[in-house]
Design a protein around this ligand. Structure first.
Ligand SMILES: Cc1cc2nc3c(=O)[nH]c(=O)nc-3n(C[C@H](O)[C@H](O)[C@H](O)COP(=O)(O)OP(=O)(O)OC[C@H]3O[C@@H](n4cnc5c(N)ncnc54)[C@H](O)[C@@H]3O)c2cc1C
Length: 449
């Protein structure tokens, strides 16, 4: 029998990784610190505990990016999806699960697997070389000793403890008859998309921002020194009506080609991925409720029809600068016997975390069997997500990401609207089946999500 792969953390990602490894006939040692040491959010000692909502989001595999990811994971034999399907609750077009039954099934399946050894202990540092191949899947609330050791090896600014997510917009939904490309004072290339506001529009925007509904910080998130350096826009607006005009909305060095003049205020967007399909709203990190963000940001000239790949947020979250630190097969460049998986790699969400666990597990299992690991094609949801975190995203501004169609290579011939989503999904499932070496099939269409 081959030497075991060590997996640290039995959350969504670590459980899936352990399952993929054991399913490939390779032994696993799964280290989980609960209940010896709990995190601030977990309440049980079960594997794959859902710390908040019980939803895996939309389950439509032909029109929705996360539904597509579900389907690819099912086809790759995912334990998380199998247990999710078995404990499904009525939730319209979404996949919602009975959290206790789901977690119990994942725990039982792994604990009873003859190739899985469960060790309930805190791992205090990066897995030593003597362990051989290892996967760290310790999540957004990684225990402090391990986090400190990761920082020691990767460098001070390579591991963040909070995210500050500015909304990200699909490039093709921005009205470029209103917005224009220019860098401040024309320094460098015309790299930014600029959306102009006149005085009345700016004042209305600030008033609406102040009145908009915000989400609250959890008790253990409130005492963060982080927010002094990276304030949410609504907090800046509370400090005075012109604060944003001197901050992220400052118009200096910019000229609206439609008027030939400097606008009263500007919202800038900067390219967020190598494909050029996603653009982030510079300095617009926010705790506004999601619906409020959509409503408010669509009042910005040029963004009236904006489609958001992800909305803004600020959370306690431990994550690596993966585009800089990880190789395309999720190995830490500085210590290649260690892979990372889950939310700590800079993906966001239960399903995305499990998806990266699935890939890390398959890669580690292939290596343990003396085979060459094969990455999923870029056209698949698994491949698009992997490619984004391991190189497609801009390292300097890297923030956690959900799966969305903006991560996929654009289609050569793009139909419009819903049909476009379907074309992405059909292309992805063809590529996924070829990658998995299984006959190609399309799922029956489900209700639109
Ligand atoms: C408060 C909160 C709420 C969230 N709500 C949602 C939501 O509603 N929907 C959603 O899609 N996503 C949500 N997320 C984001 C994310 O999807 C989940 O955190 C998800 O559980 C991440 O999966 P993971 O496997 O990477 O980490 P986790 O599921 O957190 O698993 C990590 C595991 O590692 C263990 N561990 C940590 N350090 C060590 C160590 N040193 N040694 C041994 N074991 C260790 C932990 O005990 C844990 O079991 C939320 C995150 C947080 C923090």
């Amino acid at each position: 029998m081959s030497v075991p792969v060590h997996v640290v953390g039995a959350g969504l990602a670590g459980s899936e990784a352990a399952w993929q490894i054991a399913s490939a006939g390779v032994p696993v040692v799964l280290h989980e610190m609960r209940p010896v040491r709990m995190t601030e959010a977990h309440r049980t000692e079960g594997f794959a505990e859902l710390v908040c909502s019980n939803s895996f989001r939309a389950d439509d595999p032909l029109f929705n990016a996360v539904g597509l990811l579900h389907e690819e994971m099912r086809r790759a034999g995912s334990l998380i999806l199998r247990a999710g399907d078995a404990h499904r609750l009525p939730a319209g077009a979404a996949l919602a699960v009975d959290r206790d039954g789901f977690s119990a099934e994942v725990t039982r399946t792994l604990a009873e697997h003859p190739l899985v050894t469960v060790v309930r202990e805190e791992v205090p540092g990066l897995p030593p070389q003597a362990w051989g191949s290892a996967i760290v899947a310790t999540g957004p609330l990684t225990a402090p000793a391990l986090a400190a050791d990761i920082r020691r090896v990767t460098g001070e600014d390579a591991l963040a403890f909070f995210d500050a997510i500015a909304p990200i917009v699909h490039r093709d939904s921005i009205d470029m008859t209103v917005a224009w490309m220019q860098s401040r004072y024309d320094k460098g290339g015309a790299d930014y998309i600029n959306c102009p506001l006149d005085r009345a529009q700016y004042e209305a925007f600030i008033a609406a921002l102040l009145a908009a509904e915000k989400t609250e910080f959890r008790a253990w998130e409130t005492d963060t020194p982080y927010f002094d350096g990276c304030l949410p826009i609504e907090v800046m607006a509370e400090r005075g009506p012109d604060t944003l005009r001197w901050g992220p909305m400052k118009p200096v060095g910019l000229r609206d080609p439609r008027t030939g003049r400097r606008p009263w205020a500007v919202v800038q967007l900067r390219q967020d991925n190598a494909l050029g399909t996603l653009w982030n709203m510079v300095g617009f990190q926010t705790k506004l409720k999601y619906a409020e963000q959509v409503r408010l940001f669509r009042t910005i000239p040029g963004l009236e029809n904006a489609e958001f790949a992800r909305l803004g947020g600020l959370h306690r979250n431990t994550f690596l600068n993966s585009p800089r630190l990880l190789d395309p097969l999720l190995r830490l460049k500085a210590a290649p016997h260690v892979r990372f998986a889950g939310q700590i790699t800079g993906v966001e969400g239960y399903v995305e975390s499990a998806a990266i666990g699935l890939l890390a597990g398959r890669f580690a299992a292939a290596e343990a069997r003396g085979e060459a690991p094969s990455a999923p094609p870029l056209e698949t949801a698994l491949g698009a997500l992997l490619a984004h975190i391991t190189g497609g995203a801009t390292a300097e501004t890297f923030q956690p990401m959900n799966i969305n169609f903006g991560l996929f290579p654009p289609l050569a011939e793009a139909p419009k609207g819903r049909e476009r989503k379907r074309a992405y999904c059909e292309r992805a499932l063809r590529a996924a089946d070829a990658w998995l070496g299984r006959p190609h099939t399309l799922p029956a269409p489900r209700a639109a999500a």
